[in-house]
Design a protein around this ligand. Structure first.
Ligand code: UDP
Ligand code: MG
Length: 314
């Protein structure tokens, strides 16, 4: 197959990245200037000058389109907002902090020309990220793959190129709890990796502190797997069996007159069972909380302002 894009949409969410807006738009322009493209910048409720910098960029260059959310909705909802406003027949999503270099996009596009529908960028090397982040990220991807059976490449992020039909399949998934990189694998189609070196942030600091990273990985796993619920059941069975085995033991201990010595054991068992019950309740609670989020059917995000771009028709 040898196809040419009619319009390439590039989507980037930004939260408090005022110093990155201009270099980002410039690097996208020089990497993709030979193509017909649109750049959709999503301002995720930044309180700094991000919105104004985006508005100036959009005034200079009509290819730059701005979707400004009414508050900070988070990375994945912001990305979804951008994807829903994209009009291209080929769509690329990448982080707006220049950690994902726009210069990789032409290589991804080459794969699409060959007929591949989803091209995901894989971090060969990460610059400027702590050893802690690299280790925890790797651990997360491994766990995720094992629990969900989904073939999400280790070291792949949200940096991806998608054909229109893949994007339409993705946007047809109605869930609130969105782990986009997992969802792009779930939809299927032909997928291929392109290696790249993850750069240092151009400016500013990460918007994913440990707390948010933990939440994110919990969201990811629960939205693709109910295995943790099964663990709860297994734990329950395991300890019930242990308890049943303990009954004849206590009878024996009673007649051997050693039952008083069992007091510490009892305390330990009560604590242990209490702990396990709380854990399993907590796991169930995590799912119920997410069911609640889903059934409320709230919109994923609220748009405060659009520049150079129309509201997407449903
Ligand atoms: N981001 C966002 N909303 C948020 C948090 C992050 O739009 O609530 C954007 C952020 O501006 C960046 C991208 O998402 O362009 C990735 O975030 P970040 O660089 O902080 O994550 P990291 O690369 O450290 O994992
Ligand atoms: Mg980053």
């Amino acid at each position: 197959m040898n196809r040419e894009p009619e319009l390439l949409s590039v989507v980037a969410p930004m939260y408090e990245e005022e110093d990155t807006v201009d270099p980002f738009t410039e690097r996208v322009a020089s990497a993709l200037g030979h193509l017909n493209y649109e750049l959709i910048l999503v301002n995720d409720g930044s309180k700094d000058g991000t919105r104004d910098a985006m508005a100036r960029a959009a005034e200079r260059d009509p290819r730059v389109k701005v979707v400004s959310l009414a508050r900070n909705f988070g990375h994945q909802p912001a990305l979804t907002a951008g994807l829903e406003h994209a009009r291209g027949d080929v769509i690329v999503m990448l982080d707006g902090d220049l950690q994902d270099p726009p210069e990789v996009i032409p290589q991804m596009l080459a794969k699409w020309r060959d007929g591949i529908d989803v091209v995901y960028a894989v971090r060969e090397q990460r610059l400027g990220e702590t050893a802690f982040k690299r280790v925890t990220a790797k651990g997360f991807y491994r766990t995720f793959r094992r629990l969900t059976g989904l073939n999400l490449a280790v070291e792949s992020g949200d940096f991806r190129l998608m054909d229109r039909r893949a994007l339409d399949a993705l946007l047809a998934m109605p869930e609130r709890n969105r782990f986009l990189r997992g969802m792009t694998v779930w939809i299927g189609f032909s997928q291929i990796a392109v290696p790249f070196v993850r750069q240092e942030r151009h400016a500013g600091v990460t918007k994913y502190p440990l707390r948010k990273m933990l939440r994110f990985s919990f969201d990811a796993i629960t939205s693709f797997s109910s295995r943790p619920l099964q663990w709860a059941t297994f734990l329950g069975f395991f300890f019930s069996i242990v308890a049943f085995l303990a009954i004849p033991l206590t009878v024996v201990a009673r007649y051997a007159n050693i039952f008083e010595r069992g007091v510490p054991t009892t305390i330990i068992i009560v604590l242990l069972l209490g702990g396990i019950q709380l854990i399993t309740l907590g796991i169930i609670g995590e799912y119920i909380g997410r069911i609640y989020e889903e059934v409320k059917h709230r919109p994923l995000y609220v748009v405060g302002e659009r520049i150079n771009v129309e509201e997407p028709s449903p």
